[in-house]
Design a protein around this ligand. Sequence first.
Ligand code: NAD
Length: 500
Amino acid sequence: MTKTVHHWIGGKTVEGTSGNFGPVTDPATGAVTTQVAFASAEEVDRAVAIARAAYLTWGTSSLAQRTTVLFKFRALLDANRDAIAELITAEHGKVHSDALGEVARGLEIVDLACGITTQLKGELSTQVSSRVDVASIRQPLGVVAGITPFNFPAMVPMWMFPIAIACGNTFILKPSEKDPSASMKIAELLAEAGLPDGVFTVLHGDRVAVDALLAHPDIAAVSFVGSTPIARHIHATASAHGKRVQALGGAKNHMLVLPDADLDAAADAAVSAAYGSAGERCMAISAVVAVGAIGDELVEKIRERAEKIKIGPGNDPSSEMGPLITAAHRDKVASYVKGAAAQGSTVVLDGSDHTVPGFENGHWIGLSLLDHVPTTSDAYRDEIFGPVLCVLRAETYEEGLALINASPFGNGTAIFTRDGGAARRFQLEVEAGMVGVNVPIPVPVGYHSFGGWKDSLFGDHHVYGNDGTHFYTRGKVVTTRWPDPADDPSGVDLGFPMSR
Ligand code: NAD
């Protein structure tokens, strides 16, 4: 072990005092490379107090001051794309190009935050009543927290903090304990950009740190992204403590392929979206629903493509798919494939026993393709979060749609077709928060918002876009009257005020 990752509090690295640490593994080698400090409830208290003190000045700073910092941060982020991507690959395992993609998508949200001046513009109505004007403004909440998953250690925090701090809040990030280093690099870049101390905090840890944040009276709002059971816990607990909460959960994203679709394009899309990042994406396609008679041909096209994917360490430029995050997760993913035939699926590709020569202790798994998957099977019902693609068959569009809408998850979905009318119906009828038409991973651009339905999001705000600004601010409406004593003599009137 060569490295210890500490917290970032008050604009500098602060050593953990709890005595608790967690291991960070290089998934390609299986070696523990780093230990990360786990914050105690007392450390959370101290960090929140510093963030609260910072809010007193940051919350009233000018928009010009905030955007100046954000523009500098954007430039630094741009210059450090490779450095951040290398940290992600070393701890997450995803291939370098994929890690660069995640940084690029996070940078989009920084772009949005640089333009916060437009988003925070208030509204003014003049002369709503005689000599009365009404202004609606939005103000920051205070100290807000973000709790993020392992699979996007740079992008998901960037879905949150650029908007939160642009709106005048101070932000405490509790990143995943499995890949904590990218968040520390981001903290350093924010400091270099001139962000005042205490505006951005990184507290590492596990449930102890999270639960302390959820109950803390000085945390005004909580943004969470992670698995559905934890999202449910975060939403219930933080809400019970009176906080504003958005908790994004897991997914099982379906791709509906109609008989008129370009099957080569659909197979390319299915393979890219199912196996990219080894399936560890909340927007991964994990179920393909083939409509009509195209099923066998589509499965064959997917199989041909999947067999050619090169698996290897993320820092090898020839690798297309890296390892899974932990050995335990690899074993869990493999168990779904091993149990699939007994539960009624046809196993077309079985990647459960894959290894990479020279990296025998890495968390490897190959690509798996299951066909005729019963909706009652574990492989279909659970979010596997690995490179396992389930194919299901439907006779008609309606049957396929009903199958998708019966899923408890509703994150993303896609339709592949040449029929504009069917695509339009699907957009309106499918129960999911993000829909792609001939687009397999419809992650919205920064100026739209990201969020699912049903068990994929608890709370009523998506992240980023206008929803992000709304989530991190609260409304205030100011009614002003400048009476002219000549026309408007004052007098006692116990009636309810009416416009006139
Ligand atoms: P996870 O739910 O295990 O962990 C997420 C965060 O919660 C981490 O910071 C973790 O430390 C913390 N946490 C874990 N257990 C906790 C507990 N008992 N109490 C309090 N905090 C706890 O998720 P993960 O494995 O890191 O990430 C993968 C999951 O995230 C998948 O389910 C994936 O679909 C989901 N995800 C969803 C989205 C989305 O936008 N909907 C995006 C990315 C990932």
